[in-house]
Ligand binder design. Structure first.
Ligand code: DQA
Length: 151
């Protein structure tokens, strides 16, 4: 049984999941996704905490305050623009997985660029809400193989 702590961060407009463009993002709400992650976390022995914000600076503040073993982040539209979120992630040196519900590479070209992809431990996109549980399994596996906070 590990006692890892993984933070989940959801970026702008993800509080609208359930009603927002279901063709791209499915029908599950953010609460559904967080509950699934907490349940999976219980099985894996991982404590899950979750945060959502529509504001870039709030996400940067949250990242700066983290004391966790790993991070799952869906930066939403900030994926494609935010050097500030990239710099915050580089500053804290916590391994993270970039997650997207949709396959951003099948969509508009402006979504093909990610400011985080080359500094992420891994990227999962295109599996809807299931992208998050895949990310949790992947990050848990990675963290269990190395000393927490030391990869
Ligand atoms: C998203 C993809 C982004 O391009 C978009 O701006 C989002 C959600 C996804 O999860 O598929 O808000 O990150």
């Amino acid at each position: 049984m590990s006692n890892l702590h993984i933070q989940v961060i959801h970026g702008p407009n993800l509080n609208m999941l359930g009603t927002r463009e279901p063709g791209h993002y499915g029908n599950q709400t953010l609460t559904d996704i967080d509950e699934e992650l907490i349940t999976l976390g219980d099985t894996l022995g991982v404590r899950i905490t979750s945060f959502q914000s529509n504001h870039e600076g709030e996400i940067v503040d949250k990242i700066q305050q983290l004391h966790v073993d790993g991070l799952i982040i869906n930066p939403a539209a900030y994926t494609h623009t935010s050097i500030a979120i990239r710099d915050a992630l580089l500053a804290i040196k916590v391994p993270f997985i970039e997650v997207h519900l949709s396959n951003i590479h099948r969509r508009e070209t402006f979504r093909h660029q990610s400011m985080l992809v080359d500094v992420a431990t891994g990227v999962i996109a295109g599996f809807g809400a299931h992208s998050y549980s895949l990310a949790l399994r992947g990050l848990h596996h990675q963290l269990s193989q190395t000393t927490p906070n030391n990869i």
